[in-house]
Each structure stands twice: as structure tokens, then as C-alpha cells.
Write a protein that binds this ligand. Structure first.
Ligand code: HEM
Length: 444
């Protein structure tokens, strides 16, 4: 068996179509040719995988062969050798060292962090004022991750940090949609800005590490846990450079993804009033007007199902890549060392061969099966990836999204200012095309 091929001529139009409409392009091709295929665009060939069996092969059974390699070197100046960027042996040491800091037993602390970081932003919303949901959710998830990592807010003047993040996010969004990106050493204005922003953020992370090392009674947050963390086999901790890379990666992996999950949720709920009503009733019964804590989260099973369904319809990590670290084979064909494959959870989640009525929004699908592990779903569902590289922050992300959603439902009703069709927009992660403008009004 060989992989079917879709051939396209290399034109600006096709390049844009593949870039700007990547998820739809992959899904459409998967529907026409089968879930695993090659697409040739002039000199570029992409191998796209979305069948559960191939995903299991690449992500789990042959995880040692299919790694990161040089496939994501474009962002290495920013993200260095952090967990999402590395292969064994470094990856294995780091994963073992860091895993305990992300264990779900930290849920009580995480829930308090999320509530405390989110409440002031929600309290500051002016009823009736137009709000762009993605901007609001980015503010909230950024505050949450900064507080979870460093026990502090972005500081008195967060603007330089905000600006650096915006440059970096722009750069990642640009290279994510352009298969023909120039190498970073080409001194384009965007590249120069990206390098300056990366250097600024590295220096800021290092300063936070230095301050923390000097503290006599450090707070018990992610930074302290990672500073103290050691490889269970060797007892060795991380160097400052490695720690800085990990902090950068946790920051970037851990806030825009969750912001998009929440933005899609805000956009979908008013379009599905029965789901919204059931959610509100659940939050009112379980939490009422009290401050939500981790003890409430298990009672919010419909909220959990809703968030899982949003992650199915609009997986923030709509694609990610693997590279063959040695000569191997794929779908019966040789795959020489260096072969890069694109994994498309978006296509996997939308194929009728995997899900009945795949485009329908039905949280009930997830009421009985609450696992988020791709293995339990036989590789039909992988918003957090699968196999050994599965998202280390998945429990944190789901708890965070549940608490933010509950806080919103407790306090507000919202009205969509644009009720047109919801379409995905790609960048570093999957957001909503045209944004989600809303107005909020207070419930109580
Ligand atoms: C809805 C939110 C999130 C989504 C959809 C998401 C998605 C993913 C996916 C698909 C992967 C696997 C990528 C691959 O296999 O190449 C991943 C890995 C990772 N994620 Fe997340 N993530 C989310 C939230 C978070 C949060 C909150 C954190 C940290 C606090 C985080 C940290 C990481 C890290 C460090 C990795 C690399 C794991 C490894 O390679 O061992 N993520 N995430």
C-alpha cells in the first residue's frame, strides 16, 4: 500500500489556501483520498496523517523512531531544548524530572490560582461593553500561567513583556501558516523583531530564576518545584539554561491553547441554548455563588464533557509534527531518516469514519467516557496528543478551563455580536476567524 497523493501546482493562491485554510484543506483531502496522504505543492511534499491506526503507530508504538529531530528548529531560538522541542535522552530525563510538578494531586492549589487570577479581570468587565473574547481569554490564561509559575502577576508595568509576547506570537503564527518560511538568519524585519523579543524574554526568565534562588522562603509554585526537581534515577537537577527553556515552553504551550479552548466555548454556547442552560443549572447547583474550589470540579461533569467536545470540534493544537530519527517505514513504504510527517487531530476529529455526525456539537458524547487519553479513545481523539509526549499540562488545562467557565457562568450572561458561521483560523493554535465579539451582562 502506498499513500495516496494530492498534487497541487505551486501558486500563491494554492499556498495561501493551504496556509490559511490548513484544517479544512487537510480534512477535505482526507475525505477525498483517505485519512493518510501526501500532498505535493510544487517542490514541497507534506505527509499528513489522521487515521487512528497510523497515529498509534507513529505516536506510541514507534515513538522512539518518530521524534522532533530538526522539524521545529524554526522556533528553537525562542524555545531552545524544552520538553516539546527535544528527543531522548534529554527529553526522557526532563519528562521524568518535571512530571511530578504537573500531577493532578496539585488540583487544589491550581484551582485557587485560577480563581484568584481570573476574578479581578472578570470583575473589571463593564456590562454592555464590546469585548473581544480571545483578548479577554488571553489576558486570563496569561495571568493564570504567570501566577502558577511565579506566584506573581506580570508586574506593575507588564507592557514590555506583553509586547515581546505579541512579536513572538506573530512570528509563530506566520511560520505556522507558511510552508515556505525563510530561514531565521535572513534579516527580515519580523525575524529581527523576533530575535530581539526572544532575547528579552530569556533575560526576563533568567532574572526570575536568579531572584528565586536568592529567596530564603520561596513560594511553592512551578518555578520552585522545578528548581528543586531531580531525575528520580540520577538525583540530578536542571541547569539554569535548561530550566529557562522549560519555563519558556510551559509558558507558550500553556496559555494560548487554553485561551482558544475558552474562546470557542464562549462562541459555541449561545448557539446551543440547551447546552448552555444545562451548564448553568449544573454550576448553580454545585457551586451557587460561593468561591469555586477544586472540590467542586468533579461535580461539574457536564462542563467537563462540554470542554472535551469543544476540544474535539476545534482542537487548539490542530496539527503537530514528527520526524523520522532513523530510517524506518510508514504505510509499507520506506521513510528515510529526516522524513517529516504532519499529524492532524483536526482531520481525525472530523472524519465520519471516526465520529458519528462529526460536525455536530454534542457534549453528551463525553458524559460516559471521561478519559482524555487517546489510548482510551483508540486514537480517534487526541486534543492533547498521545503516547509518551502527551501534553504534560492536560490536567492543569482542563481544570483551568472548567474553573474559568464556571466563574463566567456564575456571574454573567453574554450576547454574541456576530452570529455568522463559526470558522477556524489558524496561527500558532486554532482560533476563531473574525474573532468572537460579545457583550456581558451581570447575572447577580
Ligand atoms: C487546552 C490546552 C492545551 C492543549 C490543547 C495542549 C495540547 C498539546 C499537545 C497536542 C501536545 C503534544 C504535542 C506533540 O506531541 O508534539 C502538548 C504537549 C505539551 N504541552 Fe500542552 N496543551 C494544552 C495546555 C498545556 C498547558 C496548560 C501546559 C503547561 C502548563 C502545557 C504544556 C505542554 C508541554 C510542556 C508539552 C510537551 C510534552 C512532551 O513533549 O513531553 N500544555 N500539548
Amino acid at each position: 500500500m502506498t499513500l495516496p497523493v494530492r498534487k497541487e501546482t505551486l501558486t500563491l493562491h494554492n499556498l495561501r489556501a493551504m496556509g490559511a485554510d490548513g484544517p479544512a484543506f487537510f480534512l477535505d483531502t482526507a475525505q477525498r483520498l483517505g485519512p493518510d496522504f501526501r500532498v505535493g505543492l510544487g517542490p514541497i511534499t507534506l505527509t499528513v496523517l489522521s487515521s487512528p491506526a497510523t497515529l498509534q503507530q507513529v505516536l506510541q508504538k514507534q515513538a522512539k523512531v518518530w521524534g522532533r529531530g530538526s522539524a521545529i528548529d524554526g522556533v528553537r531560538p525562542l524555545l531552545g531544548n524544552g520538553l516539546p522541542m527535544s528527543d531522548p535522552p534529554l527529553w526522557l530525563t526532563q519528562r521524568r524530572t518535571m512530571q511530578p510538578a504537573f500531577h493532578r494531586s496539585h488540583a487544589p492549589v491550581w484551582a485557587d490560582v485560577v480563581r484568584e487570577a481570573t476574578t479581578p479581570t472578570l470583575e473589571a468587565l463593564t456590562p454592555g461593553e464590546r469585548v473581544e473574547t480571545k483578548r479577554l481569554m488571553m489576558r486570563i490564561t496569561r495571568d493564570v500561567i504567570v501566577r502558577a509559575m511565579f506566584s506573581q502577576s506580570l508586574g506593575a508595568d507588564p507592557r514590555p513583556i506583553d509586547e515581546a509576547f505579541e512579536v513572538v506570537e506573530d512570528f509563530i503564527a506566520t511560520i505556522a501558516v507558511n510552508p515556505l518560511s525563510l530561514p531565521l538568519w535572513v534579516p527580515t524585519p519580523l525575524h529581527r523583531r523576533f530575535q530581539a523579543a526572544s532575547a528579552f524574554l530569556h533575560a526576563r526568565m533568567q532574572a526570575l530564576i536568579d531572584e528565586r534562588r536568592a529567596q530564603a522562603a520561596p513560594p511553592m509554585d512551578l518555578l520552585t518545584m522545578l528548581l528543586k526537581a531531580t531525575d528520580p534515577d540520577t538525583g540530578t537537577g536542571m541547569t539554569d539554561a535548561q530550566l529557562r527553556d522549560e519555563l519558556m515552553n510551559i509558558f507558550f504551550a500553556g496559555h494560548e491553547t487554553t485561551a482558544n479552548l475558552l474562546t470557542w466555548t464562549v462562541a459555541l454556547l449561545p448557539r446551543h441554548p440547551a447546552v448552555l442552560a444545562r451548564l448553568r443549572a449544573e454550576v448553580d447547583a454545585a457551586v451557587g455563588v460561593r468561591a469555586i474550589t477544586a472540590d467542586d470540579v468533579p461535580k461539574l461533569s457536564y462542563a467537563a464533557a462540554t470542554l472535551r467536545e469543544v476540544l474535539r470540534l476545534a482542537p487548539p493544537a490542530w496539527m503537530f509534527v514528527r520526524q523520522a530519527l532513523e530510517d524506518t517505514e510508514l504505510a509499507g513504504q520506506p521513510a528515510p531518516k529526516g522524513t517529516t510527517v504532519t499529524i492532524s487531530p483536526y482531520a481525525t476529529h472530523h472524519l465520519a469514519s471516526n465520529w458519528a455526525e462529526p460536525d455536530a456539537f454534542r457534549p453528551e458524547r463525553f458524559l460516559d467516557e471521561t478519559s482524555i487519553d487517546a489510548a482510551a479513545w483508540k486514537y480517534r481523539y487526541l486534543p492533547f496528543g498521545a503516547g509518551p509526549h502527551v501534553c504534560i499540562g492536560n490536567h492543569f488545562a482542563l481544570l483551568e478551563a472548567t474553573v474559568v467557565l464556571a466563574l463566567l457562568l456564575q456571574r454573567f450572561e453574554w450576547t454574541l455580536l456576530d452570529e455568522g458561521p463559526l470558522e477556524p483560523k489558524i496561527g500558532a493554535t486554532l482560533s476563531v476567524k473574525g474573532g468572537v465579539p460579545v457583550t456581558f451582562t451581570r447575572r447577580r
